[in-house]
Each structure stands twice: as structure tokens, then as C-alpha cells.
Design a protein around this ligand. Structure first.
Ligand SMILES: [Zn+2]
Length: 240
């Protein structure tokens, strides 16, 4: 009898994780990877509002918790003062934040992971219970340079438009928040190239990691914003 009970528990333990994976409808963790100018930020804002997935930025979390009178708040302040932010702290802040009800169906994570170490830690913590979607917006330098010419940016939410390729519905006005659009003129092509390279140096190791893990979703970023949005929309809907 004892052996029977033992076998039963082994059976339950083995079947449980498989059952939860097959059940589908797991909450989504969307990670958008892309260089500045790829449309990544605007895409994040639009997806967050369209799917009611909270946009969780680790930079915002650090600021929010630095005002908090809790133990974690004190520690956050200390770390901000020294300028050294341990990965453990960022993970703790994320775990605290996602306890809130609005994250029940998933969330969009910004600012984490930035290193392969962080990506591994995220996988350990989330890949069982959540559907992780690391999504890379691949853009060519030619596209970034072309887009750069007619680039318009919302002064409030940061959504990026292009006067020919993805113009706003009303000229000079943001579709999302109605604020004024401006042309960023402080970047010459050389500055743009350098900034792109710096960001690619951070992103590409993550792209390789997620490729090896067979998790990476890649979308073609050399296209108007709305087409990219449709791709990500289909991706999320296919996982729900
Ligand atoms: Zn806006």
C-alpha cells in the first residue's frame, strides 16, 4: 500500500508541470528587443494599451520603490546612491510588481534582461508558469538611416512616426495621446550609427541566447509601424 501511495505521488509530481504547459493560456511575458529607431518603444506602448498588458520598466520600478518606506525601498535607495544595481534587486522589484492584479494575464518587460545572465535568471523564474516571448525587431542600417530623415517623435509618450512611412492620422499630432510631434534634429548620421552599434552590442548576445534556447521570435523591422504591430498582435493572439 505504501508503495502504491509513493507511486501515486511520483505520478502527480511528474504530470503536474506537463499539464500546466498543455493547459495553454499562460500569462505572457513579452520582451521587445530592438535598437533605437526600430519602433520598439512605440510598439511597446501600443501593445501594452491594446492588450492591457502592463508596461513594466525596471527604471520606473527603481524610482517608484526608492520612495517606499519598506525594507526593499531602503535597499533600492542605497543601491541608487552607490550607482550599483544588483540583478537580484531588479528581479525582486519585478516579482513585487507582478503580484498586482493587473499582471494576471501577463506583462511587458522593459530594461530587463540586458545581459545573458539576467536572461538566464528570468528563464529560471518564469519559463514554467509563463509564456515567454522574446521578440527581436531586426532593422537594417539603411532602413534606420532612411527613417531618420523624416522621423517625428511625440513629445509626451515617445511614439515615433515617419512623415511618409507611418504618418500620424492628424498632421503634427500623436495618435495615442494627442500631443505635439517634433522632429529630432540633434543627431547626425554618424551619431546615429554609433548609437545603433552600442545598442546592438547589448542586444545581439541576448538574441543569440534566445535563439539557442529556441525561444526567439524575430520580426522584420524594415517596415511601417502598423505592419510590425500586426505581426506582434498575431503572435500574442496565437498564444492566448
Ligand atoms: Zn504621444
Amino acid at each position: 500500500m505504501q508503495q502504491l501511495i509513493k507511486n501515486f505521488f511520483i505520478f502527480v509530481l511528474c504530470i503536474a508541470p506537463i499539464a500546466s504547459i498543455e493547459a495553454g493560456g499562460r500569462p505572457i511575458v513579452l520582451l521587445l528587443l530592438g535598437v533605437p529607431g526600430s519602433g520598439r518603444d512605440a510598439l511597446a506602448v501600443k501593445i501594452s494599451s491594446s492588450f492591457s498588458l502592463p508596461y513594466i520598466s525596471t527604471a520606473d520600478l527603481l524610482l517608484d520603490y526608492s520612495d517606499d518606506d519598506s525594507e526593499i525601498g531602503h535597499f533600492t535607495r542605497e543601491c541608487l546612491n552607490t550607482g550599483r544595481i544588483p540583478d537580484d534587486l531588479l528581479m525582486k522589484l519585478i516579482l513585487e510588481r507582478i503580484k498586482q492584479q493587473d499582471c494576471a494575464k501577463g506583462f511587458l518587460l522593459d530594461g530587463f534582461p540586458k545581459t545573458v545572465e539576467q536572461a538566464k535568471a528570468l528563464n529560471v523564474r518564469f519559463s514554467q508558469e509563463y509564456c515567454m516571448l522574446p521578440t527581436y525587431i531586426r532593422t537594417s542600417d539603411q532602413w534606420l538611416l532612411c527613417c531618420h530623415e523624416g522621423r517625428l517623435i511625440c513629445t509626451s509618450c515617445g511614439r515615433v512616426y515617419h512623415q511618409d512611412r507611418s504618418p500620424p492620422h492628424t498632421e503634427g499630432e500623436c495618435d495615442l495621446c494627442g500631443y505635439e510631434l517634433t522632429q529630432r534634429s540633434d543627431d547626425c548620421p554618424e551619431t546615429l550609427k554609433k548609437r545603433t552599434e552600442t545598442h546592438r552590442d547589448t542586444i545581439l548576445p541576448l538574441v543569440s541566447f534566445y535563439t539557442e534556447e529556441k525561444m526567439l521570435v524575430e520580426i522584420n523591422g524594415d517596415r511601417p509601424f502598423d505592419e510590425m504591430f500586426q505581426d506582434v498582435k498575431m503572435l500574442i493572439n496565437s498564444k492566448r
